[in-house]
Design a protein around this ligand. Structure first.
Ligand SMILES: [Zn+2]
Length: 337
């Protein structure tokens, strides 16, 4: 067991080491050697409990004094070393470091703007799982069992019977199961189809699907909402036309064309000289889809629409190869700053 004189000796050594220390690391080593959990002075303080009372008082006081002195000395030493540090001169003639500013991916910015158009009209935004069941992706949406979309050729099936959703409309079923009308929601997200990747088709793409269900919703509401959206997105002077079409989950179904924004309807290469561009699919929600989620299809009606984000981005930016969106070539993405 260390006596008072040994403690004083310990302290003297430490103080002289602090005096000659030339770096913060030197000071840190001294602190660890004496004051850490297993340090010399700490050990003395720890062993006090085994001593008789008189000794404990005497040695305890000496060790505590040594600790306080050492802590103060370490503090002073740190200030001394910090003050002695050379200041760094700034040379304003040195060349600067160029910071590269990132750009939002064109698909993200088009998707955000598409959503914005509907959010302004009071639509909520909902998301659902990419990995879906056959029920939500097909069955609940009125795809008959022999529909070609259910073929292994067109859909990615995953082990355990699940599949990668082929559209974002399954989210519509999930919402209607949980929420009573009126409901108006858009559902942006990734979708997947087993396509051969080419300039015009990819196995991954993005959609913004949306729907509204309430009492007394008619085709006129659908037309009004989509026309307002097109004016917001493509400009005030845009004209629209609806062509009849077919989707399993809407009846009647339509496709919406707008006047070509490049040639204003006169005819150009973008619109293949027709003056019109096909923009989205839409229709009145099939009563089967509504009654399937427990809604009274006599009381409630609704409309739905789906927009392909890649298609809009390709038209908007004049991109002729869909693969460019997914290659992450920085030279391509940088053009959209
Ligand atoms: Zn055109």
């Amino acid at each position: 067991m260390a006596g008072v004189s040994e403690i004083e000796q310990m302290l003297a050594e430490a103080l002289s080491a602090i005096k000659s220390a030339s770096s913060i690391k030197d000071l840190d080593d001294i602190r660890i050697q004496h004051l850490s959990r297993k340090g010399r002075i700490t050990s003395v303080l720890k062993s006090l409990k085994d001593l008789p009372l008189e000794k404990r008082k005497e040695i305890g006081a000496a060790a505590n004094k040594a600790r306080v002195t050492l802590e103060q000395s370490l503090k002073d030493g740190l200030e001394r070393i910090r003050a002695a540090r050379p200041t760094i001169a700034v040379d304003p003639t040195l060349p600067g470091i160029r910071h590269r500013v990132g750009a939002i991916h064109p698909l993200t910015s088009v998707m955000n703007r598409l959503c914005e158009g509907f959010i302004r009209m009071g639509f909520g935004v909902a998301k659902g799982p990419d990995l879906e069941t056959d029920y939500y992706n097909f069955e609940a949406l009125n795809f008959p069992p022999d529909h070609p979309a259910r073929d292994m050729q067109d859909t990615f099936y995953v082990e355990g019977g699940k599949l990668l959703r082929t559209h974002t409309t399954p989210v519509q079923v999930r919402i209607l199961e949980m929420q009573k009308p009126p409901v108006k929601v858009i559902m942006p997200g990734k979708t997947y189809r087993n396509e051969t990747v080419s300039a015009r088709a990819h196995c991954i793409f993005h959609q913004v699907d949306g729907f509204l269900v309430d009492e007394g919703v008619t085709m006129a509401d659908l037309k009004g909402a989509l026309f307002a959206f097109c004016r917001y997105f493509f400009g005030e002077d845009v004209k629209v036309k609806f062509r009849t079409s077919f989707f399993p989950f809407t009846e009647p179904s339509a496709e919406l064309d707008i006047t070509c924004f490049l040639c204003k309807g006169k005819g150009c290469a973008l619109c293949k000289y027709s003056g019109w561009l096909e923009i989205l699919g839409c229709g009145m929600i099939d009563p089967f889809v509504l009654s399937n989620v427990g809604l009274d299809s006599e009381k409630y009606t609704g409309y739905a629409f789906g927009i392909g984000v890649e298609r809009i981005a390709m038209l908007k930016y004049g991109i002729t190869d869909i693969r460019l969106f997914f290659e992450n070539d920085i030279r391509f993405i940088r053009q959209f700053k």
